[in-house]
Design a protein around this ligand. Structure first.
Ligand code: GLC
Length: 468
């Protein structure tokens, strides 16, 4: 490598670290999280808060650097924020909920934390992913530090159980997947991601696998572990068998009969072949496959959502074979899914009348922008971890190189726009912390693959494969 290239790389690394350190939030003198963004030009709105989901890549970077104190403080303080009884417009959202974000306020010399559970968020969306990410981070903290005591504390055990109560509660449901409203996770605006979005289902699966490791079997712990085991098997079976899309499956769906009644029917969800979008028939390569974005009565959302698919690889919800098929999809559709900035959040964008109806004419989610087909640098850590886990290291190297060629110079934007992510996002903030941390975490996973244990799970003993 030429000296100038090495100097440039060192500068990028230092700059990323500087921005990450600058983003740290202190509470009573202790580091407890990172702000979402530090854009000197745009109004902060709530980007000056610490979002639980945004903190995950920062936390992973800190853990991998041996700076676990901030992660421990974050886990302790956010647990105290967990909702027990929340009153909102005469309505009481379930206890167990973790906030979307929080910030430090002060009254004279006294500091306190205020949290937003969605009651202030745009469109009042609930953050279902927060509590799931929280459990996953607790496990990552244990793995990185060897500190088993934290999760064993009674208040942590109680916190995990409250989350499980909320997630495992009986509702009007026929499926083991969790029924969720629109915009309840990273995609926190109307985008047709209500019902059973892949992202939440995979996080739910991961959080249950983590809970099984973290829960102590004493007291009522054993009962929770049994409940989790039962649901894990059913969820695994459901997602692997019904969400998986490859050409074989597409051919089956194309010839499905409708309106089948009874137990042993092929078309359980009553999917009509006319609902298969034209793009997917041309787009899906022979040797690839992926998990569909959503599945419900009469509805299969064929859009490709990166986070759900990549997490499915990390959690081994996708078997080894399916994981390779998903990575093949990235190879064959590199321009669409990686392009000029890894990684496309979902493919393809919704346009025209569909955009009007599905997003409610949301100008931030116009086609190929933001959540609607934008490219998000934060997803690089997931892509890299998945590539390393599947032995496709060269893909991780290539994606990191693409990201590095732009990110520092563009000041770490929140997202990029365009079919291939060529433009800095229309309303993207700069100095977006999870774009910074996403790159740093990705580089660590590539350089030190043993850190994958923080975010991966071994293939489950249930042993179901997606393309059975
Ligand atoms: C936007 C994103 C959300 C993120 C937040 C803070 O609302 O949609 O996923 O957590 O910004 O960065």
């Amino acid at each position: 490598m030429k000296t100038s290239t090495i100097n440039q790389k060192n500068f990028q690394q230092t700059e990323a670290w500087r921005l990450l350190e600058e983003s740290i939030i202190y509470y009573q003198g202790k580091p407890i999280g990172t702000v979402a963004a530090h854009d000197p030009e745009l109004e902060a709105l709530n980007y000056d808060q610490c979002f639980l989901r945004d903190f995950i890549p920062s936390a992973l970077v800190f853990l991998m650097e041996g700076k676990s104190e901030i992660v421990r403080n974050f886990l302790v303080e956010t647990l105290k924020l967990q909702s027990h009884e929340k009153q909102m417009d005469c309505f009481q959202p379930g206890s167990g909920l973790m906030p979307a974000s929080f910030k430090v306020e002060s009254n004279g010399s006294e500091e306190y934390l205020i949290a937003d559970f969605g009651e202030q968020a745009i469109a009042r969306v609930p953050p279902i992913d927060s509590c799931l990410w929280w459990i996953l981070l607790l496990r990552a903290y244990e793995k990185a530090t060897g500190d088993l005591e934290l999760a064993r504390q009674p208040q942590f055990q109680a916190g995990i159980k409250l989350i499980l109560d909320l997630c495992l509660v009986h509702r009007f449901a026929m499926y083991p997947t969790m029924l969720v409203p629109d915009g309840a996770f990273m995609i926190d605006r109307r985008m047709g991601v209500y019902e059973h979005p892949l992202e939440i289902q995979v996080l739910f699966y991961a959080a249950m696998r983590a809970s099984r490791e973290l829960l102590l079997p004493d007291g009522d712990g054993g009962r929770y572990i049994d409940k989790v085991n039962g649901r894990l098997g059913a969820l695994h079976y459901h997602i692997c068998n019904y969400y998986w899309v490859d050409l074989k499956r597409l051919r089956e769906i194309y010839r499905y009969k409708g309106n089948e009644f009874g137990k042993e029917v092929a078309n359980k969800f009553n999917i009509y072949s006319e609902s298969i979008p034209n793009w997917v028939i041309e787009w899906l390569p022979e040797s690839s496959g992926y998990l569909a974005g959503n599945l419900g009565p009469g509805r299969m959302d064929f859009r490709f959502f990166a986070l759900g698919n990549l997490m499915a690889i990390l959690t081994s919800l996708a078997s080894e074979k399916e994981s390779q098929s998903i990575m093949n999809l990235f190879v064959h559709r590199w321009q669409d899914l990686i392009g000029y900035m890894p990684v496309k959040i979902c493919y393809p964008a919704i346009e025209g009348l569909e955009w009007r109806i599905v997003t409610g004419c949301d100008p931030k989610n116009i086609p190929w922008s933001y959540h609607n087909g934008g490219n998000w640098p934060v997803l690089l850590w997931l892509f890299t971890a998945a590539a390393v886990k599947t032995g496709r290291v060269e893909l991780a190297q290539e994606a990191i190189a693409i990201a590095e060629s732009r990110l520092t110079q563009d000041k770490f934007p929140e997202y990029y726009d365009g079919n291939n992510g060529r433009l800095i996002g229309k309303e993207a903030r700069i100095n977006q912390t999870w774009s910074v941390a996403g790159l740093l975490a990705a580089k660590q996973f590539l350089a030190n693959p043993h850190f994958l244990e923080l975010v991966t799970f071994a293939e489950s003993f249930e042993g179901f494969g997606c393309s059975l």
